[in-house]
Design a protein around this ligand. Structure first.
Ligand code: NAI
Ligand code: MG
Length: 497
């Protein structure tokens, strides 16, 4: 492992025992519990963090309610814009520190943490910073039966206190996905980061404080799913919950939300089909397919985990995939030569290893990868792995793995291919590689997925909606659609007669 310099400011940040951020202050949890965060590249403890329980969640929700009905409710739209832009600037100023913190807690290469999370977080905040002054109602020409002259108009009001439960795969940008629209619409927030990666959220909380947001507008409670996430999802004074994570926990959240009829948005799992047509530029398609599955060690909800390659270009595609897999430099995220870091945790490592050995038992053909390099046995490293399972018999062809493992299948009939691609309980993303315009449009129209990428993969933009069909979720994030998810519409009738 290369000698890696950690910035003194990051060293200091990591060495301080972490509190919860509630009502604009750093407070210890009532029960006093804590847990440690480990570096998945070497299993060393890098920080100690407070463990929030139900009583702390109650305090945070109360602070969010108080801010919503008090100071934050009176802040003008233009001031919300100013604060959000200020926060985006602070994120950018702190980019190198944030990048290291993300890389240390999550494992991903520093350059990916920097460009794929920090820069994106600033972009998302800036996109949503433009919204506060543009959230408009309408005047509606109604026809009252009494014949009275009436004015009817609608107003979009903040939905209220929003709970945000985020995962560990994009620990910073997932916060921005949810805080962006919440702050733009005038909501307040209680954010619970994943227990594996709480540090970037805490760093963000420091920046939120420095940007000058009133206390209680954003609260951060670090803790575990059952201890802190579940009471947040069930809390009677939370108006909306936004969750990204596993489909299993998404189901629990939806059930918990029914208690007080919270509004719910869910971004869940995927098993996204990526389709290579015979006329595609195979060099480019195979590179796109490799990046689509190996990026972030495959721990991406939109990972291109099912690759459907036309029979006639199968061998060439496999050759290209082998090349891209072996070109990866596996190592700690802070090593500048690393292009693929470790998986996030021992749990995730065991899940991925389990799928690899099951795939071999079930008869899938291992094309490359499938092991932890010997010299990296200190961390949760896994080689980029390619399986061939022509007729998709193995469970790696159906279940979300959340690791750098792609299952390659072959096809010859286009109608059957579309059926196979859609034959999944998920519907988050799908891709098509072709130079045939008609085929591109026809297949894009037939795929049941929230994002369809033609000759590209993982293009996500704050201005464009993102979300899933079927069991990949409820609702859409980003774009103008998400504003509706964070607002209530009030219809006001005034009798003018
Ligand atoms: P998870 O769904 O358990 O964790 C995500 C978040 O939910 C974390 O903040 C966690 O603390 C919280 N959580 C867990 N249980 C909860 C509960 N009962 N109530 C409220 N909040 C709760 O995901 P996990 O266990 O980390 O990963 C398991 C699998 O989930 C992965 O292998 C992957 O397949 C999938 N996953 C999908 C993600 C996505 O982006 N769609 C992100 C993370 C995991
Ligand atoms: Mg879990």
């Amino acid at each position: 492992m290369a000698n890696i310099d950690i910035f003194p400011d990051v060293e200091r940040f990591l060495s301080e025992s972490k509190s919860l951020f509630i009502a604009g202050e750093w407070v210890k949890p009532i029960a006093g519990g804590s847990f440690t965060v480990e570096n998945p590249a070497n299993r060393q403890v890098i920080a100690t963090v407070s463990s929030a329980e139900k009583e702390d969640v109650d305090r945070a929700v109360q602070a969010a309610r108080y801010a919503l009905e008090g100071v934050w409710g009176r802040v003008q739209p233009s001031e919300r814009t100013r604060l959000m832009l200020r926060l985006a600037d602070l994120v950018e100023e702190d980019a190198h520190h944030l990048g290291q913190i993300i890389s240390l807690e999550n494992g991903k290469p520093y350059t990916n943490a920097y460009s794929g999370e920090v820069v994106i977080t600033a972009n998302i905040l800036r996109y949503f910073a433009g919204w506060p002054s543009k959230i408009e109602g309408s005047t509606i020409p109604i026809s009252p039966r009494s014949g009275a002259q009436m004015l009817n108009y609608t107003v979009k009001e903040p939905v209220g206190v929003c709970a945000m439960i985020v995962p560990w795969n994009f620990p910073l940008s997932m916060c921005a996905w949810k805080l962006g629209p919440a702050l733009a619409t005038g909501c307040t927030a209680v954010l619970k980061p994943a227990e594996q990666t709480p540090l970037s959220s805490l760093r963000l909380a420091e920046l939120i404080q420095r940007a000058g947001f009133p206390g209680g507008v954003v609260n951060v409670v670090t803790g575990f799913g059952e201890g802190a996430g579940a009471p947040l999802a069930a809390h009677p004074d939370v108006d909306k919950i936004a969750f990204t994570g596993s489909t299993a926990v998404g189901r629990l959240i939806a059930q918990a939300a029914v208690g007080n009829m919270k509004k719910v948005s869910l971004e869940l799992g995927g098993k996204s089909p990526n389709i290579i047509l015979p006329d595609a530029d195979i060099i480019r398609a195979a590179k796109g397919a490799a990046d689509g599955i190996f990026y972030n060690q495959g721990q991406v909800c939109t990972a291109a985990s099912r690759l459907y390659v036309h029979d006639s270009v199968l061998e060439q595609t496999l050759d290209e995939l082998r090349k891209h897999a072996s070109a990866h430099v596996i190592g700690p995220g802070l090593d500048p030569s690393t292009t693929m870091g470790p998986l996030v945790s021992s749990d995730q490592y065991e899940i991925v290893r389990g799928y690899i050995s099951k795939a071999i038992d079930e008869g899938a053909e291992l094309i490359c990868g499938g092991k932890t390099p010997d010299y990296l046995s200190d961390g949760y490293f896994m080689e980029p792995t390619v399986f061939l399972d022509k007729q998709e018999k193995a469970c790696i062809a159906r279940e979300e793995i959340f690791g750098p493992v792609v299952t390659v299948m072959s096809w010859s009939d286009i109608d059957e291919l579309v059926y196979r691609a859609n034959n999944t309980p998920f519907g988050l993303a799908a891709g098509v590689w072709t130079n045939n315009l008609q085929q591109a449009h026809r297949i894009a129209a037939q795929l049941k997925a929230g994002s369809v990428w033609v000759n590209c993969w993982n293009v996500v933009d704050p201005a464009s909606p993102f979300g899933g069909y079927k069991q990949s979720g409820w609702g859409r994030e980003m774009g103008k659609n998400v504003i509706d998810a964070y607002t209530e519409t009030k219809s006001v009738f005034i009798d003018l007669s």
